[in-house]
Design a binder for this molecule. Structure first.
Ligand code: OGA
Ligand code: MN
Length: 284
């Protein structure tokens, strides 16, 4: 039986049913999923009680996996699975003010994963292992739909612009002491084209989010004003899918053309999410 695809919004995001990701899926199912991913940018797979190993196996079918800075903060350098959790070692719920949590509040700003790396992430896969009964949603915004709605004049004005993305900049918006000097040294600012193109279907999109710091060759404030305006256009409400988590949902998203952000939740609820990230390529 082929997979079932249900569109979730007018522009993007789809739910995929009739596939069991805990097992090795067929070439045909994988190829249908890949095609749907290129088309919809966000795919939701309900009811996938994955182990880390199964999540890694599925993720690796899309490409090599990243080791993220979050996993380093958690002392897990070198592991492909990042655990986003508010549950401590002894099972206690960690307060939002705790430093471990403050670092992750960056996830509540609209962003795209690893745009601050020379080779940004292609895809992230987030598995909801424990989810709050309310709040703690993840929202997505289509930078492709937002681009397509610009008029031709705006599109041509943006076409050649280079944005500098900088992790230290986005984290400094939360708290300037969050990154130590070594982190800054390891993550120097990088240049990214503001307009990118999907290599499969050639559709173009904006590429911005919280890590976008300034525009190369422009006065700082002028660039920041444009970045702010475009980020607002992308996230204004027209191009949004809001995912309310159920336990064992797996949600995968295309970092090349969608922004996302986590939403807050009531401090007593547990939220445990396991993430894998597939590395992108230099040009897209
Ligand atoms: C992420 C992220 C948001 C969330 O995992 O990259 O931004 O809702 N997560 O947990
Ligand atoms: Mn993220």
């Amino acid at each position: 039986m082929p997979i079932r695809i249900k569109r979730l919004t007018e522009n993007f995001a789809a739910e995929i049913k009739d596939v069991n990701l805990c097992e090795k899926i067929s070439m045909r199912d994988f190829s249908d999923i890949k095609t749907a991913f290129e088309e919809y940018s966000i795919l939701v797979f309900p009811n996938q009680p994955l182990t880390d190993e199964q999540q890694v196996v599925f993720s690796q079918r899309f490409g090599d996996l990243e080791n993220t800075i979050n996993s380093k903060q958690q002392g897990g350098a070198g592991k492909p699975v990042t655990v986003l959790t508010n549950v401590g070692k002894n099972g206690e719920v960690i307060a939002p003010e705790d430093r471990r949590m403050v670092f992750n509040t960056g996830n509540q700003m609209w962003h795209t994963d690893s745009s601050f790396k020379l080779i940004p992430a292609m895809m992230s896969l987030l598995s909801g292992r424990e989810v709050p009964p309310e709040g703690g949603e993840t929202e997505f915004a289509s930078m492709r739909a937002a681009y397509e709605d610009l008029d031709n004049y705006q599109k041509s004005e943006l076409e050649q612009l280079i944005c500098v993305h900088d992790f230290a900049y986005s984290r400094s918006l939360i708290d300037t002491s969050l990154l130590d000097r070594e982190d800054k040294y390891e993550l120097p600012p990088v240049r990214q084209a503001m307009i990118r193109k999907n290599p499969t279907n050639r559709r173009k999109n904006l590429f911005l989010g919280a890590h976008a710091s300034y525009i190369e060759g422009w006065p700082l404030e002028k660039g920041r004003t444009l970045i702010k305006r475009l980020n607002k256009h992308i996230t204004d409400g027209k191009y949004i899918y809001k995912h309310s988590w159920k336990r064992n949902d797996l949600v995968i998203w295309d970092n090349r053309c969608a922004l996302h952000r986590g939403r807050p939740w009531q401090r007593t609820y547990r939220r445990v999410m396991h993430r894998t990230t597939v590395v992108g390529s230099m040009t897209v």
